[in-house]
Write a protein that binds this ligand. Sequence first.
Ligand SMILES: N[C@@H](CCC(=O)N[C@@H](CS)C(=O)NCC(=O)O)C(=O)O
Length: 202
Amino acid sequence: MSLVLYHAAPSRSSGTLFLLEEAGLPYEIRLLDLKNGETHTPEFLAINPLGKVPTIVHDGAVITEQIAVTIYLGDLAVGKKLAPPPGDPLRGPYLRWVAFYGSSFEPALIDKALKRESGGQAMSPYGSYEAVVRAVSAQLEKGPYWLGETFTAADALWGSALAWTSSFGLIEKTPAMAAYLDRITARPAFARAKEIDARLSA
Ligand SMILES: N[C@@H](CCC(=O)N[C@@H](CS)C(=O)NCC(=O)O)C(=O)O
């Protein structure tokens, strides 16, 4: 099996690195320097025309977008229980929350960061920033993990994302979020990914 992660250290692809460490899958990193425009070389644009990481290539198949990458790797790590399988009552909520990240959470936070109008309730993909934050807070109150008792690939995505978005001040770090982030960052796979990033960015 060949599994390659196109990665910038640190960046959104750090969440994928964390997930790969949780998955225990053999993988290879191709490091791209965002500051030097290495995601916009003709070679990389031929793989991902948007010039974005994370991008993974598994046995020749290109997978882009954090959401697809998360779902793909969760399913690929057979036996690791990182993704509720079809038929499991948590499969629907799992897909819902992974998709919610990409289609509602990030757009809401980026609009806020750029001080852009949402476009109004009906036109906006997420409605209102406040509604997105309320939905996230309600999920965090349930805990201990995103879908309840067990860590899943959704936690690699949400844990990494809440860590950077709260540190950038794009969302308030509530006590429930702080407790969740403590649980996520205490995981050995998170520490390994962080150490890999520190080494790569040195
Ligand atoms: N829609 C993409 C967004 C990923 C993204 O924005 N990645 C940033 C790194 S944090 C990137 O690759 N930026 C490089 C660039 O756009 O030149 C996803 O969900 O994977």
